[in-house]
Design a protein around this ligand. Structure first.
Ligand SMILES: Cc1ncc(COP(=O)(O)O)c(C=O)c1O
Length: 349
């Protein structure tokens, strides 16, 4: 039996969260929060003199029904980076606890660990960038609280094997976080609805990628209602601003366009994959379930710099384990990809 309280920091278990009157009443003659009764300073800012909803019930309900979970299984944050930060705040005692990450992977898991003075144990992905399940289980000790998995993985672009993920969720003695930032570009089903069956599972998603809304900063964590309660207790009182909440809700009126754009990105991903394969300096292109490609090439650093010299910015990932000589290239529009391909034709090596 999984005992959540064994993993939650004692000070967080006993925390009395900030309480505003808006937690209880969102409508009425609102004289509770010292807002400016004269309103916002311009017509196009109408309504913004009010604090946003602290619990974001409407948005959480919308996301819940889209991902086939209940609203109490959904936390919304200022990007999934906020959810990552909150995981440390809830579960990891600074200077004491540890997490496991599986490099090469998304950088914020260890940056956030460093911010919180939490130890990081690294168990590298191997054999086609898959997790080493036995090594992860062996590495986890009494102080290990979180395991971060990223599927599809950034920067490698591949899905983690389903059986391996499930064995880890079953056997890892702590919280397993699956970051699904790129899931909508893949053929794999999301794990979000599995939070019903797995009390130690947290699934992260974001509107920054498939929804095309990186500018609004809206990330989601899916988990058991008990874990989400802790997120709600620890988060800043009004963590989602009113403009973001409105844009996120509006996006759900345009799901057909979102799906069409995902299809377009996948089509361009395939085209870019094939075209990049034509260059003699390209050694390998990793197959991708995301909106980017990891490309191994000769003289990657020089090519990276030459592209930057032409105002084409890609990401050099050659210092990541297993990514020697690799650039990570976001799939652009058709025109953008053509510009990139033309620039690559002209690199001098
Ligand atoms: C795997 C992964 N998780 C999370 C994020 C950040 O998401 P957000 O924009 O919601 O903070 C990124 C962004 O690149 C990412 O690659």
């Amino acid at each position: 039996m999984f005992n959540l309280e064994k993993f939650v920091r004692p000070n967080i278990q006993s925390l009395k969260p900030y309480h505003s009157a808006r937690d209880d009443y969102e409508q009425g003659l609102l004289l509770d929060a010292n807002e400016n009764s004269q309103g916002a300073p311009a017509k196009n800012l109408n309504g913004l003199h009010r604090y946003p909803s602290p619990k974001q019930q409407k948005l959480r309900k919308k996301i819940a029904s889209f991902r086939s979970v209940e609203p109490e299984n959904v936390f919304v944050g200022n990007g999934s980076d906020e959810a990552i930060d909150l995981l440390y705040r809830i579960f990891c005692r600074p200077g004491n606890d540890r997490v496991i990450i599986t490099p090469p992977t998304y950088g914020m898991y260890s940056v956030s660990a460093n911010i919180h003075d939490v130890g990081v144990d690294k168990v590298l992905l191997h054999n086609n960038f898959q997790p080493q399940v036995d090594e992860i289980l062996t590495q986890s000790g009494d102080h290990t609280k979180l395991l971060f998995l990223c599927s599809p993985n950034n920067p490698t672009g591949n899905l983690l094997n389903r059986e391996k993920i499930e064995r880890l969720v079953d056997e890892f003695p702590g919280i397993v976080v699956i970051d699904e930032a790129y899931i909508d570009f893949s053929k794999q089903e999301s794990y979000a609805s599995k939070v019903r069956n797995y009390p130690n599972l947290v699934v992260l998603q974001t509107m920054s990628k498939s929804f095309g809304l990186a500018g609004i900063r809206l990330g989601t964590a899916f988990a058991s209602a008990e874990i989400i309660d802790y997120f709600m207790k620890v988060k800043a009182p009004y963590n989602i601003n009113a403009l973001t909440a409105k844009a996120a809700l509006d996006a759900f009126d345009h799901l057909d366009i979102i799906k069409e754009k995902i299809q377009q990105i996948k089509k361009e991903r395939n085209r870019l994959y094939n075209m990049l394969g034509e260059f003699t300096f390209v050694r390998h292109i990793y197959s991708s379930e995301t909106n980017f490609l990891l490309v191994k090439m000769d003289r990657a650093k020089e090519i990276y710099q030459q592209l930057a010299g032409q105002n084409i910015i890609v990401r050099y990932r050659g210092n990541e384990p297993g990514c020697d000589g690799c650039l990570r290239i976001t799939v652009g529009t058709s025109d953008e990809n053509n510009t990139l391909l033309n620039a690559l034709k002209n690199v001098s090596l």
